[in-house]
Design a protein around this ligand. Structure first.
Ligand SMILES: NC(=O)c1ccc[n+]([C@@H]2O[C@H](COP(=O)([O-])OP(=O)(O)OC[C@H]3O[C@@H](n4cnc5c(N)ncnc54)[C@H](O)[C@@H]3O)[C@@H](O)[C@H]2O)c1
Length: 387
């Protein structure tokens, strides 16, 4: 793969930035695609400054075929990791057309360009939401009664089916479909993490907002059980999976979870203990369509990839955005708009304000600097910048 790039779409997003980090750590050349209509690029720029030219950033809206073509023309690409998508559950219900357009068309456009430029390997980010309600837990990849409960989940299911059909008809393609369970936390350095100003953030990021006094409390809808997985475990699975493309296969669906169920109330308690904070919450009735419990069977990931989640729930809470928000962001979040969708850990802030900027005081004494080439450099730059 020397000289070739792994193209990561949605690279400046929450999971994308962690995947880019993991690939760079594994010494892989990364072409990080960010949406040409978006303004989020801070984490990628930081990673680029420290990556010894292994990271190239390109801007492209996957709904624009000319922009896609110009990227495939310019760069030698071996594999595509396709994370770009609209992931808002409530938005998908109120504007299904926007969700289907983005999630289906962007994938169709991408695959069309891949075929044209003879790039045949893809990892696609799907979700445990495609399982819907399952009576048999933990759920494995062969579970039959898939009944996604919202438009977002259906869009993932449709793309999975489309890729399966393409793989059957065109044997050159190899697709690995990762069904993520509930990614939370942040890179151990806390230098990248979930952007707390986004409309959909995980429950841990919401708790961080409360812990930092930016929100009064969180609201949960039913004490549902979820399979939380550290975002770095998810990210590392992608680097491991790249080796799989040497094997003879066309289509694989693999769960990425921790195989451990944790209730929302348990999660709040663990977060409180680990971070020594109090998180006021209110609990409301489970909403219609909300899945009661979902936990992954991850035997396939272990057998096929030799991958297993390594980090426990305590590290997820410790490596949450708690510290990084304190360092990097000053947020202003409208308290009355909080509304957690515990089904996917997406919340439905409706009028959250995008009011983010670096804090003036970076208290470097408070944070242990991990011994790692890339974030050492990043922290050095941050200190310089903030001074
Ligand atoms: N975060 C989760 O809890 C979770 C769970 C299961 C699956 N997933 C899936 O993982 C993927 C990444 O999720 P995330 O949490 O990082 O989301 P995110 O919203 O943080 O990032 C998504 C990125 O995709 C980009 N994007 C969207 N439409 C695009 C387009 N047309 N062209 C180019 N870029 C576009 C956005 O600008 C953004 O940077 C998504 O496919 C999501 O559905 C996420």
């Amino acid at each position: 793969m020397t000289g070739e790039f792994v193209l990561v779409t949605g690279a400046s997003g929450y999971i994308g930035s962690h995947v880019v980090f993991a690939l760079l750590e594994a010494g892989i050349n990364v072409l990080a695609m960010e949406n040409s209509t978006s303004t989020e690029s801070g984490s990628l720029k930081k990673l680029q400054e420290t990556s010894d030219k292994k990271l190239q950033i390109c801007r492209c809206n996957l709904l624009n075929n000319e922009e896609i073509s110009s990227i495939f023309k310019q760069f030698p690409i071996s594999t595509v990791i396709h994370l770009a998508a609209s992931k808002g559950v409530s938005q998908s219900m109120s504007s299904p057309l926007a969700c289907y357009s983005n999630n289906l068309l962007s994938t169709i456009n991408l695959i069309t360009a891949m075929k044209q430029y003879k790039v045949f390997n893809m990892i696609f980010s799907s979700s445990c939401a495609v399982y819907g309600d399952q009576s048999q837990l933990p759920v494995n990849e062969t579970a039959q009664s898939h009944s996604p409960t919202n438009v977002y989940a259906k869009s993932k299911k449709f793309v999975e089916e489309m890729l399966s059909d393409i793989a059957k008809a065109d044997k050159e393609f190899k697709f690995i479909i990762f069904r993520y369970f509930n990614p939370v936390g942040a890179h151990e350095s806390n230098l990248i993490g979930e952007d707390p100003s986004k409309l959909q953030v995980s429950l841990l990021t919401l708790m961080c907002n409360v812990a930092l006094g930016r929100k009064e409390k969180i609201t949960i809808f039913g004490n549902c059980i979820r399979d939380y997985i550290h975002v770095m475990d998810i990210a590392e699975a992608h680097t491991v999976a790249l080796k799989k493309f040497q094997d003879n296969f066309n289509f694989k669906v693999i769960n990425l979870g921790s195989s451990r169920g944790t209730s929302l109330l348990e999660l709040i308690q663990i977060f409180e203990n680990v971070n020594n904070v109090k998180i006021p919450y209110e609990i409301k009735e489970k909403r219609e369509g909300e899945i009661e419990a979902i936990v992954a069977d991850t035997n396939l990931a272990e057998n096929e990839l030799g991958w297993k989640a390594r980090r426990n729930i305590e590290s997820m809470c410790r490596d949450s955005d708690f510290a990084s928000q304190e360092i990097h962001y000053e947020t202003n979040i409208n308290e009355s708009d909080e509304n957690i969708d515990s089904n996917l850990n997406y919340n439905d802030f409706q009028n959250q304000q995008n009011n983010i900027g670096p804090l003036d005081n970076f208290n470097n004494g408070e944070y242990e600097i991990p011994k790692h080439f890339s974030y050492h450099k990043i922290i050095d730059q941050r200190i310089t910048y903030n001074d």
